[in-house]
Ligand binder design. Structure first.
Ligand SMILES: *Cc1c(COP(=O)(O)O)cnc(C)c1O
Length: 396
């Protein structure tokens, strides 16, 4: 099967993805898919998007050869610097795209969920820029825990709706945001935070994140005259990894490696490694590898990096794993924390805890593969994690 021809018109990557929603929403989603496909081919739309990516986000983000880290571990390690984007991570790439799409669809409002608040801040930023109203659904526990991001969203003009149901965290926030969206879809667009959810969201978010891979391939060639042996990225929902993988998917000698969070260990509830430990199931309107118990109840996901703790994962990753075009490995909390300090101390770059998982795996890979070229997607910067990391160290 030709990977670039997927998803099919029903939103499936082989058996993954699809639209497990009611008929009204299906109709709306298919309309959005049609409009989106038209806009992709519309030069005004792509010009406007590219202008914003260049002058507002600060793209292209550079590829940096991590000289000190490479010398220490033996392989050549390169970093795609998504941490340098406005708002500090790759998320702005799709948030901006989604807000622009909302505007072109004639919508007045963006509805989104957020866990740690990173997607919320990126969405609130894009909504402010585009002059759209913005409702952010967030579990009450997260509202308390992630106060700096809640404050930022407020300054940016977003409404934060504190969700009181269930565990009061990300999963419930998505549930509530979907309920609200169902009532408001005529005037609002759901801006999902990763390559997840019902079709066409995984396809739309991948399109907006594919700028990472497109730039990375050109830059890597320019810098080294060759292709990387490995491309490594962390996987939560899977958007930054799909973004960088997309540039290399046809280069079959380049191995694509997604790194999942092993958290505290293999047991259910202690990690968020959906591709490694999940079974086929349905969450939030799509089919994927899903963390669930023997009875099929969805399990809470856990990782030290809150941007990675989602019990499902993008349908295209499930497909890439099935056809063995990408491989998925795990890194636990402890190794991610070590990599957080290692990159900070050797290169003067403080990575996000999410991205630290990819860095940790690249270091392991480097130890065993001297002289190979490893490209790591540094999905975000670690400013947001500093207070947490310092407290965590004390309590260890
Ligand atoms: C949200 C986030 C992630 C995880 O999301 P993906 O969709 O898997 O990319 C990774 N890194 C950073 C910095 C994030 O904020």
């Amino acid at each position: 099967m030709n990977i670039t021809k997927l998803p099919n018109k029903d939103g499936f990557f082989a058996s993954y993805g699809g639209q497990y929603v009611d008929e009204d929403l299906k109709k709306e989603f298919n309309k959005i898919a049609d409009e989106f496909n038209k806009l992709k081919a519309d030069k005004n739309f792509t010009d406007e998007l590219n202008y914003l990516l260049k002058y507002y986000v600060g793209r292209p983000s550079p590829i940096y050869f991590a000289k000190n880290l490479s010398k220490k571990y033996g392989a050549e390690i390169y970093l795609k610097r998504e941490d340098l984007n406005h708002t500090g991570a790759h998320k702005i790439n799709h948030s901006l795209g989604e807000a622009l799409l909302a505007k072109k669809l004639g919508k007045k409002k963006i509805i989104a969920e957020t866990g740690a608040g990173q997607h919320g801040v990126a969405t609130a930023t894009a909504a402010a820029l585009m002059g759209l109203e913005c409702d952010i659904y967030m579990g009450e526990i997260d509202v308390i825990k992630e106060k700096p991001n809640v404050d930022k969203m407020g300054i940016l003009g977003a409404n934060i709706i504190s969700v009181q149901s269930g565990q009061k965290t990300l999963k419930e926030a998505v549930d509530e945001a979907f309920i609200a969206y169902k009532k408001e879809y005529k005037t609002a667009l759901y801006a999902i935070g990763s390559v997840v959810g019902p079709h066409p969201f995984p396809m739309i978010v991948e399109y907006f994140q594919s700028v990472i891979g497109k730039e990375a391939k050109e830059q890597f060639l320019e810098l080294t005259n060759t292709m990387p042996d490995y491309v490594v990225a962390c996987v939560g929902g899977g958007s930054n990894s799909i973004g960088i993988f997309s540039g290399f998917i046809d280069d079959i000698n380049t191995k694509l490696i997604g790194v999942e969070p092993l958290g505290k260990g293999e047991k259910l509830g202690q990690n968020a490694a959906s591709l490694t430990y999940g079974k086929d199931g349905i969450i939030h309107g799509f089919k994927c590898k899903l963390l669930q118990d023997e009875k099929g109840n969805i399990q809470d996901a856990y990782s030290i990096a809150s941007g990675l703790d989602y019990p499902g994962v993008g349908p295209k990753h499930c497909y890439l794993k099935e056809i063995k075009r990408a491989q998925y490995e795990t890194i636990n909390d402890k190794k991610a924390l070590e990599a957080f300090f290692e990159l900070s101390k050797t290169e003067g770059i403080i990575p996000a805890l999410e991205s630290s998982h990819a860095v940790a795996y690249a270091i392991e890979l480097a130890k065993q593969n001297k002289n190979k070229k490893i490209l790591v997607n540094l999905s975000g910067r670690g400013d947001k994690d500093i207070e947490f990391v310092l407290n965590h160290k004390i309590s260890q």
